[in-house]
Write a protein that binds this ligand. Sequence first.
Ligand code: ATP
Ligand code: MG
Length: 253
Amino acid sequence: MAFGGLVALDGVSLALAPGRITGIIGPNGAGKSTLFSVLAGTLRPDSGRVRLGADDITSLSVHRRARRGVARTFQLARELDSLTVLENLLLATPDHPGERLWPLVFARGRVRRAERDATDRAMGLLERARLQRLANSPAGALSGGQKKLLELCRALMADPDIVLLDEPAAGVNPVLVESLGQFILDLRDEGKTFALVEHNMDLIAALSDHVVVLAQGATLAEGSFAAVTGDARVRAAYLGAEFGDTESGDVAA
Ligand SMILES: Nc1ncnc2c1ncn2[C@@H]1O[C@H](COP(=O)(O)OP(=O)(O)OP(=O)(O)O)[C@@H](O)[C@H]1O
Ligand SMILES: [Mg+2]
């Protein structure tokens, strides 16, 4: 995947094991977020393939991939500040019947039922993320960490099978990071598949079943957390920086 002359992904190859958490680490600019855009369908790669099971989904739109169970969160949370927390989640409901005219006219009951189901689902997620008491607050009033949790809940509204998490813990205080980590582990134990991009190495170590290291747009190493962080090539790629000590890995109090 190139942007003009800049090759952001070049020969990256990885597989996400079903029902597992694959940690994806690498220095700033390694191509992690670009990889997620290619997997989720916001970027079309210049070459290479994205496969879901046996199917080649490289040419499917974001929307069609979402329907097939692929969801992602963004490095910067994308909530709408003036809407409430609950409204932000309801907006993320896939194929909301109220979006189409015919059901509104002829099937009001069905629309109301779907709305009730979506609200139940949203409240259930907010409860699990411990945000339920903020359901009716404007999203703009949330802390940075709470916004990241809301971003995760938004991605979960469609009940995806595969969730791509781009730095879910960046800027999140340590207490919230712990409950976020437990939430993700619980979801994995319920069968969801995760790719987790993080600079917080404690979280990568605690959550990852498998770790892939990206550097300069290519897979540099993969294996257990201990194996990859002990790899001299991986250490060199970080140019001697302490793991977890990179800029966006700082944990705000
Ligand atoms: N839309 C874009 N247009 C041009 N260049 C881009 C674009 N998106 C990313 N890049 C460049 O591609 C490279 C990879 O960026 P990417 O955001 O994927 O890195 P990253 O691994 O997510 O980094 P970080 O850890 O800082 O989030 C960088 O050099 C970046 O500047
Ligand atoms: Mg990134």
